[in-house]
Structures are given as structure tokens and as C-alpha cells.
Write a protein that binds this ligand. Sequence first.
Ligand SMILES: Cc1cc2nc3c(=O)[nH]c(=O)nc-3n(C[C@H](O)[C@H](O)[C@H](O)COP(=O)(O)O)c2cc1C
Length: 314
Amino acid sequence: MSVDLSVHLGRLRLKNPIATASGTFGYGLEFAEFVDVGSLGAISVKGLSLRACLGNPPPRICETDAGMLNAIGLQNVGIEEFLSEKLPKLHALGATVLANVWGDTEAEYRAVVERIGDDPRVAAVELNVSCPNVVKGGMVFGNDPAALHALVAAVRPATRLPLVVKLSPNVTDVVTAAKAAVDGGADVLSLINTLVGLSIDVETREPKIGFTTGGLSGPAIRPVALRMVWEVRKALPNVPIFGIGGIETVEHVLEFLIAGANAVQVGTANFRDPGVCGRLVRDLALWCERHGVARVADLSGTLKTRPRPEKAYA
Ligand SMILES: Cc1cc2nc3c(=O)[nH]c(=O)nc-3n(C[C@H](O)[C@H](O)[C@H](O)COP(=O)(O)O)c2cc1C
């Protein structure tokens, strides 16, 4: 049986639903010896800004139980070097590129997206409004629905490419944020970014991360991410979703699809196994074949929930 792995996230068409998550796969090129980057659904590149950025001073990462904390601080080569040096090579490798973008101000976000414009080598722009590891920008936008709406609306006219908005889990109600992004002009939502965390070295009584707090990622966050994908799918049934958070195996991919995602992005798992995404594409095809699923897109949003019972007293 041949399985159709292709998925449509609105106008964004992917050959399969396995993408890499921004900041965990460099600019894709670094991973080319481990995986055929052209065989993946998409590659979300490291967050791009107007000028090159050095990020935070070390230490910037530490391991935690079932995950890691990072406060890289959005280190990147800047949009100009990306367009002139990285993108042509990625394009030559046949990669489907999501240009992940950030800025300190609304004007900076817009300027980066204007620079990308309608570049046909870019499949979509992904706005990171949810980075917890910078003092300005990032989460400042993602955690305030009015600021988020204004940012997305300001950026929207700068490109005709599909606009993906990456939401923060560090909010009370992710659905409010999702609606603000969609009302502002987002075509697709990706969720989730990292959860703000703290890890302490008890000998020195110092935080293990130089920035004090860091973003928690990896298997530890998967149930939270799944819950948020499910909530957003219920509230906005027609808005395509990238599910992100702690994905390592094909079962995890399936969990996100069933919860309501149309595709997934894999992050921290790339550090442990740089070839993991290629394996997930193959494993997904095999799983579908074994289970008689002809189109992977049909799995999306098929969660069977039970009615929640009334409270029972003895
Ligand atoms: C080291 C590191 C760097 C990251 N950098 C970015 C970034 O530049 N832009 C962004 O939108 N998300 C960034 N993220 C968040 C990931 O893309 C992803 O949303 C998060 O790690 C959850 O997925 P995971 O549990 O599979 O890692 C970063 C995550 C890590 C671990």
C-alpha cells in the first residue's frame, strides 16, 4: 500500500509532516551529513534578526530531567548573511525552508520580513513571538494579546508568503493568544516554544544558566504541548497547526496529529540523534502502512475524548 504523507497547512504544502524546530537544527546545512534535508517536511532555521546577534554569554544550556534548559539568546548570522550564504545552499539541497524571524521591536520584525519579501526559496515565514531568553522582544509580544495582534498585523503586509506565528506556552490561556495571532493575519500557528524554567547548582547557589532562567524543552514538556495543541484545535478548527514539544518517536508524532496538529516540528531530539527526523519520516510511513492509513492527513484531529464525568461524592 502506498501512503500519502503530504500535508497542507493552508497554502503551505509539505511533502510530509516532519519538520525541524528552530534553533535545534542550525541552518539545516550542519545536518546534511546525517539526514537528507530535502526529504524532510520542512526546516525551520535558527531565528533570524536584522543584524547578526551573538546571543547570551555562557553557560547557555544545561540538562534537566527528561529535557534541557537553554538561554542561547537568539544568536544568529543576521538576515543578510542568511540570504546570501545559507539560503542558496539550502535551496540547492531541495529543502523546504521556514524562515524563523525575531526582532526587538515591531519595526525590526517587519524589516526582516520585508527583506525576505516573497522570496520563492522560502516556503513560509515563522514569527517567533515567544522566546523566553531575551530581555526585549520575544515573549514580550507573545504574552500580551493586544501587542501580539498589533505585531502580526504590522508584519502581515510585508510578505505574501504564508505567515506562521509561534506561540508561547508561558500564558494562562493559549487560545486567547492563538485568536489574537489569527485575527492579526496568521495563516498557521506553531506551538509550543519553551517553558520558562530555573535550575540551580546547590554548591555555588548559582543558577546553572548565565541568564538565570532558561527555556525548558524535551520530553518533559510534551504533555503540556499536546494539551495546548488540543485546546487550540477545538477553539479554531480551521487554523492549521504545527505541534512542537518533546517529540522523539513516531508515537509522539502521532499523538500530536491526533490531538489536532497538521504537522510537527522536532527540536531537542536532534541534539541526541541528528538523524532522528529522517527516521521519523520512514517510521511514519511504516506505521500508516501497518495500520491501513492511506493519507496521513486523515489522522489530524481524530482524538476520541470521553465526556467528563460529574463530580461523584461518596
Ligand atoms: C537550544 C534551543 C534553541 C532554540 N532557538 C529557537 C529560536 O531561535 N527560535 C524559535 O522560535 N524557537 C527556538 N527554540 C524552541 C524550539 O524551536 C522548540 O519550540 C522547543 O524546543 C520545543 O520543542 P522540543 O521539546 O522538541 O525541543 C529553541 C530551542 C532550543 C532547545
